[in-house]
Ligand binder design. Structure first.
Ligand code: SF4
Ligand code: SF4
Length: 100
């Protein structure tokens, strides 16, 4: 009997953060799946993350920022509406019998 191989796919992230700041804006929080449950983010009166410095475009708590920020973006849908994001995702295929 011939063994059937199952194929699954995954995403591999590449690129870097150019600090455009798009993901630190509240309107973008709502677009990015990884952000939606991020209860650690507190917004200022204008709706930006309170830790986002709009002059330098830097995160003011870089070393202690929430895990969702550290891992962001984790899926192509996270950056689907961020045209300036310099991360990209490539789809790869793996067999279930591939070595880990
Ligand atoms: S904590 Fe830092 S990285 Fe996370 S949304 Fe705020 S400014 Fe951006
Ligand atoms: S949108 Fe992408 S490039 Fe821009 S700050 Fe966020 S992670 Fe960095």
């Amino acid at each position: 009997m011939t063994e059937k191989k199952r194929i699954r796919w995954n995403w591999v992230r590449s690129g870097y953060c150019c600090m455009c700041g798009e993901c630190c804006n509240k309107h973008n929080f709502l677009d990015a799946p990884s952000w939606r449950d991020n209860t650690d983010i507190q917004l200022d009166k204008e709706g930006y993350c309170r830790w986002f410095d709009r002059d330098t475009r830097l995160c003011l708590i870089q070393k202690t920022k929430p895990l969702s920020c550290v891992r962001f973006p984790s899926h192509p849908t996270d950056i689907a509406s961020f045209p300036n994001c310099t991360f990209k995702f490539d789809k790869i295929y793996e067999s279930e019998n591939d070595d880990k």
